[in-house]
Design a protein around this ligand. Structure first.
Ligand code: ATP
Ligand code: MG
Ligand code: MG
Ligand code: MG
Length: 470
């Protein structure tokens, strides 16, 4: 059945409402009173106080479709079939109420009965030592043992730096051998896109403290998360998450603006997907009060805008276009996020100013690079130093790939290893600064702060956000 993204969300929430879950609208992307996190990156993140028992939940059972941003996945965007920077995580939660048995049975019921996914396409994984989960899948649910894989800590033990965590169990969908890789051991957990991980069920039974101790929680919790775009891609049988109903319209928009046709496998196909992904993240981030800056969340936003703009140029769109694409995102998502409509003109304005600034950056960077190249000629060098290329990147926001491209046209190169070690040093500084993170972006009422003249005083870079080039 070809179900649209918004319909899948509704069915998921309805399913859990029927199982007595309190359905909560997505929390903002900016975490509230949580210094450990730059942006909400999972459905459980805004619910931490309920898991820890420091606040009383509205119900012992909840369900959400939570807006998430994962800057750590930015380099994967458009390359893998399944990674977006912004996505929605469908989640069901139990705060010391039901546990593994119910969580597993309901996940299976939803996938097979409500979504109609054939049993023979489904695989599950459990944590190496979790025989309890293995037995529930195998004996109670009836999944044959050769479709249950045991995975280690990196895949099947869910944890943030601190907070609730525990072993997990994942549901994968086998999309068929044509998506497979050359690894003879290709199975769920393989990094290719054949077995696509759609749902992660976390049996959170510990609270990890700053010193890395796992303290057993008095009452174990359930925290599940399923990527909305991923399940949509599976049900709509698209190659990747950027070709599902709501994303496709963004791709079409870029097609008509650039005059180019989207072809999945070409290098340009990647640019289409990156733009569609980033503009959606940008729209939601600005909608939740994030403003471009050189630090923290603002830097994540700046980087997404610049990257999208850069990919627009690669497609031959030379004038600023992102502000117009914002409207397209809002049109597609306003059924669930009508607050975006109210904020539309502000979002457009912020994106427009930032894209213009980027244009200036490019002009300025080219001037500086011209100067560097003159020096190179007079010194008889053919390679630009890591220090200079990093300075261009870090101080002037000039993307490394652009530096490379311009140099290559003249037969020169960049010391990329030198660039990386500069980056490494920067990352160390950032890691320290991050510890001082505060909760700017929230106003006194606990709402996302949207006022244009408030500088986001977020100290510290997201260590992930600067690790890769714009
Ligand atoms: P993967 O191994 O594919 O990177 P993950 O193990 O990092 O996924 P989890 O942290 O378990 O993902 O998050 C729960 C669910 O959220 C995943 O099963 C997936 O459906 C979805 N999800 C995670 N990261 C992304 C992303 N970058 N884009 C879209 N959906 C995602
Ligand atoms: Mg991941
Ligand atoms: Mg995984
Ligand atoms: Mg996972």
């Amino acid at each position: 059945e070809n179900i649209g993204l918004h319909e899948i969300r509704s069915r998921f929430l309805e399913f859990f409402r029927e199982k007595e879950h309190f359905v909560q609208k997505s929390y903002p992307l900016v975490p509230k009173n949580d210094k450990s996190l730059l942006l909400i990156n999972a459905g459980m993140a805004p619910l931490k106080p309920y898991f820890l028992g420091t606040e009383e939940p509205p119900s012992k059972r909840m369900a959400t479709s939570q807006k998430c941003v994962r800057t750590g996945d930015i380099e994967n965007v458009g390359k893998t079939a399944r990674h977006a920077t912004f996505f929605e995580m469908l989640g069901s939660f139990s705060f010391g109420d039901y546990f593994k048995k119910e969580a597993i049975a309901w996940a299976w019921e939803f996938m097979t009965e409500k979504m109609g996914i054939p049993v023979e396409d489904l695989w599950v994984s459990v944590y190496l030592e979790d025989d309890e989960a293995f037995n529930i899948w195998n004996r109670d649910v009836g999944v044959s043992s050769h479709r249950i894989v045991r995975l280690g800590k990196e895949d099947n033990f869910w944890e943030l730096e601190v907070g609730p965590c525990g072993p997990c169990s994942e549901i994968y969908i086998d999309r068929g051998a044509e998506y497979g890789c050359s690894n003879p051991d290709c199975k769920p957990g393989c990094d290719c896109d054949r077995y696509i991980e759609v749902w992660n069920l976390v049996f959170s039974q510990y609270d990890k403290d700053e010193n890395g101790n796992y303290n057993l929680l008095e009452k174990p919790n359930i925290d599940t998360g399923m990527g909305l775009e991923r399940i949509a891609a599976v049900l709509q049988k698209t190659d990747n998450i950027f070709e599902i109903d709501v994303m496709k319209s963004l791709i079409s928009w870029v097609e008509s603006r650039s005059g180019k046709t989207y072809k999945r496998d070409e290098k340009e196909g990647l640019s289409f997907r990156v733009i569609a992904d980033h503009i959606r993240a940008v729209t939601f981030l600005v909608g939740d009060g994030v403003i471009p800056s050189n630090e923290g969340r603002g830097y994540v936003l700046r980087r997404l805008i610049r990257r999208a703009s850069r990919h627009g140029k690669l497609l031959g769109i030379n004038e600023n276009f992102l502000k117009d694409l914002v409207a397209e995102v809002i049109e597609s998502w306003k059924v669930e996020y009508d607050e975006l409509v109210e904020k539309q003109s502000q979002i457009v304005k912020i994106v427009e100013i930032e894209e213009e600034k980027f244009q200036e950056t490019i002009d300025q960077g080219i001037d500086i690079l011209d100067g560097y190249m003159e020096d190179m000629v007079s010194n008889g060098q053919t390679e630009l130093s890591g220090e200079k290329s990093f300075k261009l990147y870090d101080t002037y926001g000039f993307p490394l790939d652009l530096t490379k491209e311009i140099l290559e046209e003249k037969g020169y190169s960049v010391d990329e290893a030198g660039f990386s070690s500069e980056m490494e040093a920067q990352r160390d500084r950032a890691r320290k600064a991050r510890e001082e993170a505060d909760t700017a972006g929230w106003n006194k009422e606990g709402k996302a702060d949207f006022s244009l003249d408030t500088e986001v005083e977020f100290k510290g870079y997201d260590s992930l956000s600067i690790e890769s080039r714009v």
